[in-house]
Write a protein that binds this ligand. Structure first.
Ligand SMILES: Cc1ncc(COP(=O)(O)O)c(C=O)c1O
Length: 365
């Protein structure tokens, strides 16, 4: 009998071997989805009409992104050369980090924040330096300024931030860009529509400012994977060298113009979420739970030691929420996405039942 040959697998880079595994809980989500900050309802019906008209023949072609980039750029008041469409903001982050971060460089991050910054940076040879927000979760402006060094290469700021829902002001963002002219300041405006403030108008005027936007949240197109990166042409030309010309698929490209045109639908969804957020915040306050002010479509709530059981019980009551306890400074905290008013009424019923079942008493009183 032939002796079994021991398989030898080539090893990845050391930095990849040191990376943490990340498995967001995307399975079994057939419930009220208040766990990933998605649109909880639907995209614009105009987008669905366009999808329905796509033929089998259309799918045989490689996607052409430039005409759609021109449409998006015009909407944002930017030059097409200042805008790249990406396979979700995640690809924008990945490609930006691959383009600019090398050994000796530092990615500076206020934390807690969006997990994927750390994941993509840890695949590069750069170092990650974090600046912890205080317990009030305010944007740690002064400490972030103080942490800037000549090695700082990228500062990534989600605005509004996740999971806290806190915001940095335009003045703070400008001060950071001015203090770190040698670094890229990436302002990730994934939740822009729920906040209404932007710095995208400063693209080109500030040489080290870049802005990311997603179509996964308010627009309700998370499944299509569509985001954008905007920046000065002099930075975008390097990003485009690394970015795949094929990564935004033709279905996403076909859906983008009708999504942009149907501003009535977007406005309706955003106003629905903002009304639902106010109602839900009032219910959380009445339940005596501590929460943090949010400028986005989610609220961070303190559940305490029973956070795991809380998430499990909410799920068995048909409502998915996200445990953020392992985020820095977030022990016992759970993030709850805001959907429509009706959905949030259902969420409040599940919340009370869960608090009763687990004898959770709020800490806010
Ligand atoms: C701050 C922030 N940026 C980006 C993303 C991901 O966006 P996309 O779906 O476009 O990759 C998220 C998703 O949760 C987010 O919270």
């Amino acid at each position: 009998m032939a002796e079994a040959v021991k398989a030898h697998y080539p090893a990845p880079r050391l930095r990849v071997q040191a990376m943490k595994e990340y498995h967001p809980p995307l399975g079994n989500r057939d419930a009220l989805r208040l766990d990933f900050n998605e649109n909880t309802l639907a995209c614009s019906p105009k987008v669905q009409q366009v999808l329905g008209r796509i033929s089998a023949g259309d799918l045989t072609r490689y996607p052409e992104r430039q005409p759609v980039e021109a449409i998006v750029a015009a909407r944002l008041g930017l030059d097409p050369a200042q805008v790249a469409l990406t396979n979700g903001v995640d690809e924008a982050i990945h490609v930006l980090f691959e383009t600019f971060l090398e050994e000796g460089d530092v990615l500076l991050l206020p934390v807690p924040t969006y997990t994927m910054y750390e994941i993509y940076a840890s695949a590069t040879d750069a170092t990650i330096v974090t600046v912890q927000a205080a317990n009030d979760m305010h944007f740690p402006f002064e400490n972030l300024l103080a942490a800037i060094t000549p090695n700082t290469r990228i500062i990534a700021i989600a605005n509004p931030n996740s999971p806290s829902g806190s915001v940095a002001t335009r003045e703070q963002l400008l001060a950071i860009a001015t203090r770190a002219p040698h670094a890229i300041v990436l302002v990730d405006e994934a939740y822009f529509h729920f906040h209404g403030e932007t710095v995208i108008d400063l693209i080109g005027a500030i040489p080290n400012l870049m802005v990311a936007r997603t179509f996964s949240k308010a627009y309700g197109l998370a499944g299509l994977r569509l985001g954008l990166l905007a920046g000065p042409v002099e930075l975008m030309r390097w990003v485009r060298r690394v970015l795949s010309p094929y990564s935004v698929n033709s279905l996403a490209l076909a859906c983008l113009p009708p999504a942009l045109e149907d501003s009535a639908y977007l406005d309706w969804y955003v106003s629905e979420v903002l009304a639902a957020r106010a109602d839900f915040e009032a219910a959380v306050d009445a339940a005596g739970l501590r929460r943090w002010p949010s400028s986005a479509n989610f609220v961070l709530v303190e559940i305490g030691a029973q956070h795991k059981d809380f998430v499990r019980h909410m799920s068995s009551a048909g409502v998915l929420v996200r445990d953020r306890s392992s985020d820095p400074g977030c022990d016992g905290l759970v993030r709850i996405t805001i959907g429509t008013r009706q959905q949030m009424l259902n969420a409040v019923v599940a919340l009370s039942a869960t608090m009763n079942a687990l004898s959770i008493r709020g800490t806010a009183r």
